[in-house]
Design a protein around this ligand. Structure first.
Ligand code: AMP
Ligand code: GLY
Length: 442
């Protein structure tokens, strides 16, 4: 493919890097995904310093944290310059959609994460559908509706089960999949009442789901290992959709060539289409897919690492992470040697606070963290946690911890993760007991 020069990997960013190595990295965000990124960056010998903003109690125990708002472009860019960062890694979608990556790059600092324009692949489901159509990528048929009358017609056109999606960002909670037409209609009504101007009604996709991440510099895309996320709140996929309650990798049940197939049929055409539009996508392209009886279909795209899938994917990555993210930011992925992966498997189980996802209760003490971290192969990644004045760790969000374990097999990783979970106590908390259960029996 012939490519014109991209706005990423600017000369000034390159110069900055050539001058000062090893590398200093600033991670933006405060979840278990960012804790996993920080841990992986600390393990990279070419990385000399890691900081995070705003972080959480667990990240703060590992690296410097700064109380800067993740979604304030100028504040993040100023912090990056202030700490002499060579690379900024943006975790969540919110900052990307408001242009934090653009502001960092405008300051002459390399950034892992797409521009605001490219992040619309996640920021608007209708936009993502448009680019998929241009790229010839298969996805669920959809109708974009701007009023309830149109929603009603579309529901009847596709029939049950009904899939109703808020067009904008909703932290994984904007989607309702239901056999109940009244519930489908009332979710659409609630989206409009919340101020959204469009609601998508989609064809239902059957079949198991796969999350595949590709690291890209806008020209080349390098797939990571696939993972599966558990989106529903309770065991056996009951309850509402959440940000994700657990994940595992690899997927022993998936076809052997699934990564190659998705890379060719989905990731590469999307990167080419974004480039052709003049809004090249660099950073991480996350494809959420259903392996249906009629083939692979895209459920959604995200413009960043998934949470909790990142916890298991990075637990398995052997190649030092800093250099991979830097190559994406500088546009040099074509020169990167193939990624190396640990044999074996990883499982993560999310401990969520009472009332999550509807109305999480926060401010409760968490016990047993050190004991859990002592279980072989286990790493405790913090999400919604904070320290009180006595230095005790308290819950401070819906998803509180991501208990992540590696093992020689999924069964061993799962056993270790749950051994860790069982040592942790948090009043009223809940977690799923069936993460990777079926897959570990395969
Ligand atoms: P999204 O935010 O678009 O990823 O949707 C969240 C979750 O809802 C997905 O991971 C699926 O489990 C489910 N979902 C979304 N769209 C569909 C669809 N068209 N058919 C079946 N399930 C879907
Ligand atoms: N695990 C789903 C997400 O990150 O959106």
């Amino acid at each position: 493919m012939q490519c014109s020069p991209l706005s990423i990997g600017t000369t000034s960013a390159r110069k900055r890097l050539d001058k000062v190595t090893p590398m200093r990295v600033l991670v933006i965000g405060s979840g278990a995904r960012e804790h996993a990124l920080v841990s992986a960056l600390l393990a990279d010998p070419s990385v000399s310093y890691v900081a995070c903003a705003p972080g959480n109690a667990g990240i703060g125990a590992a690296v410097d944290v700064f109380p800067v708002r993740a979604d304030d472009p100028q504040a993040v860019a100023a912090l990056a310059a202030g700490i002499d960062a060579h690379l900024v890694v943006i975790g969540p979608e919110g900052p990307l959609v408001v242009g934090v990556a653009d502001a960092v790059r405008a300051n002459g600092i390399a950034c892992f994460g797409p521009s605001a324009a490219a992040a619309q692949l996640e920021g608007s489901k209708a936009f993502a559908k448009q680019v998929m159509a241009e790229a010839g990528v298969d996805t669920a048929q959809a109708r974009v509706c701007t009023d309830l009358a149109a929603v009603s017609v579309a529901l009847d056109e596709f029939g049950a089960p009904y899939v109703v999606k808020d067009d904008g960002l909703a932290a994984g909670k904007g989607v309702v999949v239901t056999a109940d037409r009244a519930e489908a209609l009332s979710h659409a009504q609630a989206c409009f009442a919340n101020g959204t101007t469009s609601v998508l009604i989609e064809e239902y996709l059957d079949g198991p789901e796969v999350s595949l991440f590709g690291i890209t510099d806008g020209k080349v895309i390098v797939p990571l290992q696939p993972a599966q996320d558990f989106k529903r709140a309770f065991d056996a996929d009951a309850g509402p959709n959440t940000g994700g309650m657990g994940a595992y990798s690899p997927l022993p049940w998936a076809p052997a060539n699934v990564v190659e197939e998705i890379t060719t049929a989905v990731l590469e055409p999307m990167i080419a289409a974004m480039h052709k539009r003049g809004t090249p996508f660099s950073g991480l392209l996350y494809a959420g897919l259903a392996l249906t009886s009629r083939g692979i279909r895209v459920v959604e795209f995200n413009a960043r690492f998934g949470d909790p899938e990142t916890q298991v994917v990075l637990a398995r990555l052997k190649t030092p992470l800093g250099q991979v993210l830097l190559a994406s930011a500088l546009g040099t992925l074509a020169d990167l040697p193939p990624l190396e992966w640990l044999d074996g498997a990883a499982v993560t189980v999310v401990i969520a606070s009472s009332g999550y996802p509807e109305s999480p209760v926060t401010g409760d003490a968490i016990q047993g963290l050190a004991a859990a971290a002592g279980v072989e192969g286990v790493q405790i990644l913090h999400a919604g946690t904070t320290l009180n004045e006595q230095g005790e760790v308290l819950s401070a969000g819906g998803r509180v911890l991501s208990v992540t374990a590696v093992g020689q097999s999924l069964a061993q990783a799962r056993e270790r993760a749950y051994a860790g979970v069982n040592l942790i106590s948090l009043a009223g908390s809940h977690h799923r007991r069936d993460i990777a259960e079926l897959a570990s029996q395969a």
